[in-house]
Design a binder for this molecule. Structure first.
Ligand SMILES: C[S@@+](CC[C@H](N)C(=O)[O-])C[C@H]1O[C@@H](n2cnc3c(N)ncnc32)[C@H](O)[C@@H]1O
Ligand SMILES: [Zn+2]
Length: 848
């Protein structure tokens, strides 16, 4: 074996890094997650800490261990992301461990880019890849452009290199206050240029379609328009138009209650704005709050609609049918406004005039759409069909919205299409004044992402959030919802969701990424077929997909169809397929792969192929850190086996709780660590090992390893995981392990044995170390299997119930058959797919 141990193979500050990772979830300002949505992003803290610990050698002694451990905890903090002193020390140490050259590191499943960003920050020669073109674009904007083009330069230089900024009409497009004020300062040229060209896009779009968002007579600006979809009442004697609304709240704050109040006039449903609360006293524009009015109850719940005129109901099936048959409509109900210079939002009922403006926008849409269709050779409004059936995104098609463009009303289509047109034009404009091609591509990319942000806030699935009084992004959850009532955005308003607001917000993340002086190389391939040479990487740090957890390709089609229109000329290689490429996506999708079992198999096969690729491109003594999404131990054994089959040997596993939770209550389900960071090595293997010998070796190895883990403060089920991580190393040294009859032993068998060794160790520690004082006094000496089970249960899950499979494995390691126990009077209870252990401890004595 040529490899030398890495820090992460010996030790890792699990608890501290978990805390930092969980804390990071509340940080928005400057965080890369604000640039563009990507699902299940990994925290920077855990990415940074694991990468560093995998690139430095294992500590030589206890002092060094303590010092390095403390350093890792400091290094991974968000606040230290740009602490040059710490970073320099980290980079130096990494270089020393790698013969003075930056290690070459790859993330084949880069996603939103957090793992490669941290490798870059640590000074590695970093490569990032993803199959999904949307992710690739996000990665370029996170890992490549800020580092290449965002290094601060003196303002005087910035201005001198951009003579066009001096023109009077251009100045209004810059952040002129700060740009021309103190010229001795430094600026981030990329950020300033994106702002400038973003303002250019906005100004052009406003010039053309701003008239469709007229200001109020008092100068207030419309922020949004509240719409309700409608269906005709099916009672033949009524036939009224039912506005579908989940509820009527507009503002629901302690000091301000505003709602739409429905009433019937001439057989039609009308609305007025009613208000209440100290913030509204003396404010005009709303009626008194009607006695007993509860805005929570709207006209529709779970697709069952109630007619406010005659009171009859329409069943969910019928509602869907009406939508599918094109019998549904929509009605503008209210307008939300904001007066610049004042605080708060105001509401008024929509008028015929508002609708007249909308109708004009509709007519203009027709005209412009035809024109652009001829010019671009494709419909400027996405006509690609939404993939179905598909649990995450097929709600809209169930209601007759079949294409991605159907998710937008006419004025929304017009706005987005116009922004697309301007983003396409901005590139020509830049090239026209001599901006270098690559650089104009970079600027254009950010404008494409800005446009994506508009699509998220300005669709007919975007909702009015009445507590903070803002429009919510369409992907507040990991799926497309059906919205009965929605909020249309005014991209020109300057409020949340508008063009300016969006890009000013994400610019901070570009500034954050610009502080790193090295740039990443981003590729767009399947992780199962990488284009890199054999034996070429020092490390692979990655976070592969996990079964059906997230349907990245399906979800991201929402953005892909717009990016394709705005950036196809810039990136023909990324946006040439009709929708995001799906055939090679590593996911378990029962619709795509023909049933649940096939889907599982497909996922497992493809994941194994990607491990084989990792094995192939790693240098002989290279290290891999692979994140495993840990929702249950399901799939854990399969994972271990496929790693082994691909030649990668697990040498460590650290469970991190990146979603922190407080102590579990009795009724809650015991949650497992949110992810496991698996360390694996490409090592030379011996052909065959015999199981009895392997077991002896395992006992010896674990005896010292478990001590270390215990000292690390890892407890409960996390302890098992970490122990298993170490155990595989012993097992994996052999290409195959056999018993004396010649039967091949797989990882699941090994895991059973490991659990047994680990439970023995844990029970001893718990009882003799006083970890649980009440128990240690009551169970001295020999204890029964059932008692061992009880002790371990409390240690592992506390008072919470646990999924059956977890309970079964724990029982197995105590030589118990759970099924023999749960039906008998005793302390083990089965509740559907869960097991609960009854207290108090006295019970255990009696039953045992
Ligand atoms: C769990 S995510 C990575 C998230 C990332 N660590 C982050 O922090 O944003 C997995 C990624 O794998 C990508 N993916 C799925 N199948 C792939 C394949 N065959 N090759 C490369 N990437 C693939 C998905 O598009 C997704 O971005
Ligand atoms: Zn009716």
């Amino acid at each position: 074996m040529t490899s030398t141990k890495r820090f992460i193979e010996e030790s890792f500050p699990v608890k501290e890094v978990s805390v930092e990772s969980a804390r990071e979830k509340n940080i928005r300002h400057g965080h890369i997650s604000t640039l563009h949505i990507w699902w299940a992003r990994r925290p920077l803290a855990s990415s940074r800490a694991t990468a560093y610990a995998a690139l430095i050698p294992a500590p030589a002694n206890i002092e060094e261990w303590q010092k390095e451990r403390d350093f890792i905890v400091e290094l991974c903090k968000w606040e230290n992301s740009n602490n040059q002193q710490l970073l320099e020390r980290a980079r130096r140490k990494i270089l020393e461990a790698n013969a003075g050259v930056p290690p070459k590191v790859l993330d084949p499943f880069g996603g939103g880019g957090s793992i490669p960003l941290e490798a870059l920050r640590l000074g590695c020669e970093t490569y990032s890849n993803d199959l999904n073109p949307v992710a690739v674009l996000i990665q370029k904007c996170t890992l490549e452009y800020p580092q290449k083009y965002g290094q601060p330069i003196p303002k005087t230089q910035y201005l001198a290199e951009r003579p066009w900024l001096m023109r009077e009409d251009s100045r209004s497009l810059t952040d002129s206050g700060s740009l021309f004020a103190d010229r001795s300062e430094m600026v981030n040229p990329l950020v300033e240029d994106v702002k400038y060209w973003g303002n250019w896009v906005l100004a052009q779009a406003k010039k053309e379609i701003g008239r469709f968002y007229p200001e109020e007579p008092d100068g207030s600006i419309p922020v949004g328009y509240i719409w309700a979809r409608t269906i005709p009442c099916q009672n033949p004697a009524c036939g009224a138009e039912i506005p579908l609304m989940r509820q009527y709240w507009l503002a629901k704050k302690a000091k301000k209650h505003v709602a739409l109040f429905p009433f019937v006039e001439n057989n039609t449903v009308q609305f007025k704005i009613v208000g209440d609360g100290p913030a509204l006293s003396g404010v005009e524009g709303h009626d008194e709050w009607p006695a007993g009015f509860t805005p929570e109850n709207g006209t529709v719940a779970r697709a069952v609609a109630t007619c406010p005129v005659c009171g009859s109901t329409i069943a969910d099936k019928m509602t869907r049918q009406l939508f599918q048959e094109g019998k549904a409509g929509q009605r503008m109900i209210a307008v939300v406004t904001h007066k610049p210079g004042t605080s708060g939002k105001k509401y008024r009922v929509a008028t015929a005039q508002d609708m007249a403006v909308f109708t004009e926008a509709e007519a203009y849409l027709q005209e412009k759409r035809e024109k652009l269709m001829l010019a671009w050779g494709m419909d400027p409004v996405p006509d690609e069909l939404i993939t179905r059936p598909c649990h995450d995104i097929d709600r809209p098609p169930m209601y007759g919205m079949l294409s991605w463009g159907d998710l937008f009303n006419a004025r929304q289509k017009l706005a987005l299409m116009t922004f697309v047109e301007k983003v396409r034009q901005v590139r020509e404009k830049m090239l026209g004044i001599g901006i270098e091609d690559e650089y104009s591509k970079a600027i254009g990319s950010y404008l494409g992402l800005s446009l994506d942000m508009q699509t998220g806030f300005n669709s007919s699935l975007s909702r009015w959030e009445n507590t903070s009084q803002i429009i919510k992004h369409v992907y507040s959850r990991q799926a497309l919802p059906m919205m009965w009532d929605y909020a249309e955005n005014n991209s020109f308003s300057g409020s949340t969701g508008s063009w300016l607001n969006g890009f000013n917000y994400y610019m901070n993340s570009v500034i954050h990424c610009s502080t790193i002086p090295f740039s990443c190389s981003v590729t767009n391939n399947s992780a199962t077929q990488l284009t890199f040479e054999n034996d070429s990487f020092d490390a692979v740090f990655t976070d592969p997909p996990y079964y059906d957890n997230i349907g990245y390709a399906n979800l991201s089609d929402y953005f892909y169809v717009w990016l394709k229109r705005s950036l196809i000329i810039t990136y023909p290689e990324l946006f040439f397929t009709p929708l995001t490429p799906k055939n090679n996506e590593i996911v378990s999708d029962l619709n795509r792969h023909g049933g649940k079992n096939n889907a599982r198999k497909f996922f497992e096969e493809m994941l194994k192929k990607s491990f084989q690729e990792i094995y192939r491109i790693l240098k002989p003594n290279g290290t891999a850190v692979i994140v495993y999404a840990h929702k249950s131990t399901e799939g854990w054994e399969t994972l271990i086996n496929s790693l082994l089959d691909s030649g990668l040997i697990m040498t460590g596993a650290w469970p991190l709780n990146t979603e922190m939770q407080t102590r579990l209550l009795a009724n809650e389900t015991a949650a497992l660590a949110s992810s496991i960071y698996i360390v694996a090595r490409k090592m030379a293997r011996q052909p065959t090992g015999f199981y009895t010998q392997v077991k002896e070796e395992l006992n010896r190895y674990l005896a010292q390893k478990l001590e270390r883990l215990w000292q690390e403060g890892i407890s409960g089920s996390d302890f098992f995981i970490a122990a298993i991580g170490s155990a595989i190393e012993v097992f994996g040294k052999y290409e195959q392990v056999m018993d004396y009859e010649g039967n091949v032993i797989r990882a699941d068998r090994l895991l059973q044995d490991v659990r047994k060794i680990v439970t023995d160790f844990a029970v001893k520690q718990i009882l003799h170390n006083g970890a649980s004082t009440a128990l240690s006094t009551s169970f001295a000496g020999e204890i029964s299997d059932l008692t061992r089970f009880y002790v371990l249960w409390r240690w592992e899950f506390g008072a919470a119930k646990a999924p059956f499979d977890e309970a079964r494995k724990l029982a197995q390691s105590c030589s118990l058959d759970l099924a023999l126990h749960w039906n008998r009077p005793g302390f083990i209870q089965k509740e559907k797919e869960f097991i609960r252990i009854l207290g108090p401890p006295r019970n255990a004595n009696r039953t045992a």
